[in-house]
Design a protein around this ligand. Structure first.
Ligand SMILES: Cc1cc2nc3c(=O)[nH]c(=O)nc-3n(C[C@H](O)[C@H](O)[C@H](O)COP(=O)(O)O)c2cc1C
Length: 222
């Protein structure tokens, strides 16, 4: 598989086979991903991989808290406001996903079941938690994005799928309770990883992209 193939094949996987991935495969992905670039080669990331019974406990606690309506309390707040164009894209994603899943707008029960599935890391057998020293500079988030995409592409090469999952760190206290991530670390992003159920409608769904001219500008190029 070449790089372009991996870039185009990667998509967010939202239905996983629960079977664990062998540790050697995960180690190969993670250790190769450590070659991602970072500001001044600072390599600010810390990555904790969680699986097995521990992840099951986290998932169950998440489902319970979500069911009780306990609001998300992430260490690093998620964006809630977007400009008009970005809002339209965000809403378009939600509509497309629910359409693919056959869930009607007014069907609160099925929507809730889907959100619960997200609390269960979409069925993934492993969760990667990316954490940083609490006093991190916002610039560090560039490094975080790069390593996460590197992991996602290396996973594709191994026939695995990923979903960057902010929802997986909505209750950081639960993750800390069941793992050894210290208090001086801020949980910044989660990523579900495992084998995709490729014929699941939510995985057949493909998110859209704007036209190249919406994003790209060439000055004095060719
Ligand atoms: C920082 C970040 C957080 C995300 N969090 C979630 C999430 O909590 N739930 C989810 O279903 N997808 C999440 N995603 C996946 C995006 O929705 C997805 O990348 C986007 O719709 C583009 O689709 P694609 O990844 O299939 O190309 C997240 C992506 C990023 C970059």
């Amino acid at each position: 598989m070449d790089v372009k193939e991996a870039v185009l094949a990667r998509r967010s996987i939202r239905a996983f086979n629960p079977e664990p991935v062998p540790r050697e495969v995960l180690e190969e992905i993670m250790e190769n991903a450590l070659w991602a670039p970072s500001w001044g080669n600072t390599q600010p990331w810390k990555l904790t991989l969680i699986g097995g019974e521990t992840l099951e406990k986290i998932k169950e606690e998440y489902v319970q808290m979500f069911g009780k309506g306990i609001p998300a309390n992430p260490d690093f707040s998620m964006p809630t406001e977007f400009n008009v164009i970005q809002k339209a894209r965000y809403q378009g994603l939600g509509k497309g996903l629910f359409l693919a899943l056959g869930i009607a707008r007014e069907d609160k029960e099925k929507r809730n079941a889907y959100y619960e599935e997200m609390m269960r890391c979409l069925g993934a057998p492993h969760l990667i938690c990316l954490h940083l020293d609490r006093e991190f500079h916002p610039y560090t988030l560039m490094d975080v994005g790069i390593i996460l995409q590197t992991i996602a592409l290396l996973a594709v090469e191994q026939g695995l799928g990923t979903c960057i999952l902010a929802q997986a760190i909505r209750y950081p206290g639960v993750v800390r309770k069941h793992s050894d991530i210290p208090d001086d670390q801020m949980l910044v992003m989660g990523m579900a990883i495992g084998r995709p159920i490729m014929d699941h409608p939510v995985n057949i769904f493909r998110s859209e992209r704007g036209k190249p001219e919406e994003f790209l500008n060439y000055v004095d190029v060719g």
